[in-house]
Structures are given as C-alpha cells and as structure tokens.
Design a protein around this ligand. Structure first.
Ligand code: C2E
Ligand code: CA
Ligand code: CA
Ligand code: CA
Length: 276
C-alpha cells in the first residue's frame, strides 16, 4: 500500500510537471504570436431586439497557433494576464478593432474587451485615443467592455479612469453582469451605456420555476430607468430569444444569429443582412 501511495504521488508530480512545461511552452509561443501575426480579431453581431438589425459587433480574440490550430481565449487570455503580455496584446486588439470598424457603416459599433489589468494601466486613455485617431473613427463607435472585477481590485483610481475614458467619448459596457459580486452601487459609480447580462442567466430560462426571468426583468427595467441599454449574451434558441424580448432586453448576442465571424465574413454579414 505504501508503494502504491508513493507511485501515485510520483505519477501526480510528473503530470504536474508536464502541465507546467506545456504552459511554459505556450507562454513562449504567445510572446511571438503578436509579432508573427497569429492573433486575429473575430466579430460577433449584436442585434437590436426591436429592429432585428445588426447595431454592432463584439470583438473576440483568436489565436491561430502554427501547430495547435485555433486556440480559444479561455486558454490564453489568463496566460497573457499572468505574464503582462495582456498590455501589448490588448493594445493591438484595440487598434485592430478600430481599424476594422472604420470599414463599416458609421452607425455600426465595435465592442472591445478590456482586461482589468489594462484598466489599471494609467496609459489606457492615451492608448484608446491613439487607436481612434489612427483609424479615423468617431469615439462613439467604440465601446469598451469592462467586468465588475475592476471595482474589487485595488486599482488606485477607478473613478478617475472612468472619467478619463468617458471624456474621450467612447461608450462603456459592464460585462458579465450578475456573475461576480454584483452590486447596484457599481451602476451608480461608473457612467455605463450598456449592461451585458451574462449567458448563465439565459441558460435555463426556459426551465420551469427558473428565477432568471425575474432577475432579467429587474435588470432591464433598472437599466432603462438609468438610460442604459441591455444585451443578453449567449442566446441560442428561438424560445430563449422570445423570452429575452419579453423581458425587455434591448439587444441580443448569440449563436441564434451568428457565431463570431472573421473580419471579411463580418463585413459580408453587414452588407447582406442577417437573413442572408
Ligand atoms: P465574453 O466577453 O463574455 O465573450 C462572450 C463569449 O461568449 C465569447 O467566447 C463568445 O464566442 C461566446 N458566445 C457568444 N454567443 C454564444 C452562444 O450563443 N452560446 C455560447 N455557448 N457561447 C456564446 P470567446 O470568444 O471564447 O471568449 C471568451 C472570453 O475571453 C470572453 O468572454 C472575454 O472575457 C475573453 N476575451 C475574448 N477576447 C478578448 C480580448 O480581445 N481581450 C480580452 N481582455 N479578453 C477577451
Ligand atoms: Ca465581453
Ligand atoms: Ca460577457
Ligand atoms: Ca465571460
């Protein structure tokens, strides 16, 4: 029994070691990914529930690894944050998304995810201003998606950062609302234009005695009273879409309409419309 125990321990530590090595290798690859042009922004349509038109796209990062193929952000954004690579990668994402939105009709917006670590960088307003100016777009075409974790971390001057970004004229969205330590105070603290309702509230919406409907209704009525828009994320089925409309969300994003598309396909979608 003793031997078996030691064997298992040995096995686990070897497995952990292999995991650490794989992570180190991925980190090395990520360092080069930007320079090698392996990162891409894909775009998922955001659709108005009233007009059923595309009003914008959320920019979602993809990594085309030379050997491993497409890597999802869940596997590399955390790594980028742990290594500080999120700063140059996040800046590139902002620039790329602004350059792409410049090719779209002027009333179509792009939403870019901003890591709390980017939010903590005092250079962020200058980086954003620069990306907008270089692309020649209006600031109001750019929306920054920020999660409520920025309120929990010890970012020295959250209020000043929000004010500086707002002054640029960009729009602000509170992402993944309802997943963390959601506090209504956050809505008062920062000048958000949009609340994004996390897909965990959309899942299970169609199940009997789900409370999600009541929660979504109260979020949308609160948002409306505060003059904010609401996007329901991760809508996949017609039943979910019907309920989301019924509960008063102004916008929908999800596989029911479209998965994230590459730049060319997104432009095509805009030209052809959703029905195509
Ligand atoms: P998120 O900001 O909550 O983005 C929404 C995620 O939901 C995306 O996953 C999107 O592809 C997925 N999604 C959209 N519609 C549906 C649906 O109907 N069903 C399901 N099951 N999923 C749907 P993705 O692209 O894998 O991104 C995951 C997360 O990675 C994002 O979550 C965001 O937190 C982060 N991320 C992505 N791109 C960037 C980026 O450029 N910068 C930063 N900092 N984070 C990013
Ligand atoms: Ca997002
Ligand atoms: Ca989200
Ligand atoms: Ca998320």
């Amino acid at each position: 029994a003793k031997d078996g125990g030691r064997g298992r321990l040995h096995f686990y530590s070897e497995e952990l070691h292999a995991e650490a090595e794989a992570r180190a290798r991925l980190e090395e690859d990520l360092r080069d990914a930007l320079a090698k042009g392996e990162l891409q922004m894909h775009y998922q349509p955001v659709v108005s529930t009233s007009s059923e038109q595309i009003t914008g796209f959320e920019a979602l990062m993809r990594w085309q690894h030379p050997e491993k193929g497409w890597i999802e952000p869940q596997r590399f954004i955390q790594l980028a944050e742990d290594t500080g690579l999120i700063q140059p990668i996040g800046e590139w994402a902002l620039r790329q998304a602004c350059a792409d939105v410049a090719q779209w009709p002027a009333d179509v917006k792009v939403a870019v995810n901003v890591s709390p670590l980017q939010f903590a960088n005092p250079q962020l307003p200058a980086i954003v201003a620069n990306a907008i100016a270089n692309a020649g777009i209006r600031a109001s075409q750019l929306e920054l998606e920020i999660t409520e974790s920025v309120f929990l971390s010890d970012i020295a001057n959250t209020d000043a950062m929000f004010a500086a970004l707002k002054k640029l004229g960009v729009r602000l969205a509170l992402d993944d609302f309802g997943t963390g330590y959601s506090s209504l105070g956050y809505l008062k603290k920062a000048p958000f234009n949009r609340i994004k309702i996390d897909q965990s509230f959309v899942r299970g919406l169609t199940e009997p005695d789900s409370h999600n409907g009541a929660i979504i209704t109260s979020i949308t009525s609160l948002a409306q009273a505060l003059g904010m828009e609401t996007t329901a994320e991760g809508v996949e089925t017609m039943d979910e879409l019907d309920l989301i409309r019924h509960y008063g969300c102004s916008h929908v994003q999800g596989y029911i309409y479209e998965r994230p598309l590459d730049r060319e396909a997104a432009l095509e979608r805009l030209e052809q419309g959703l029905g195509a």
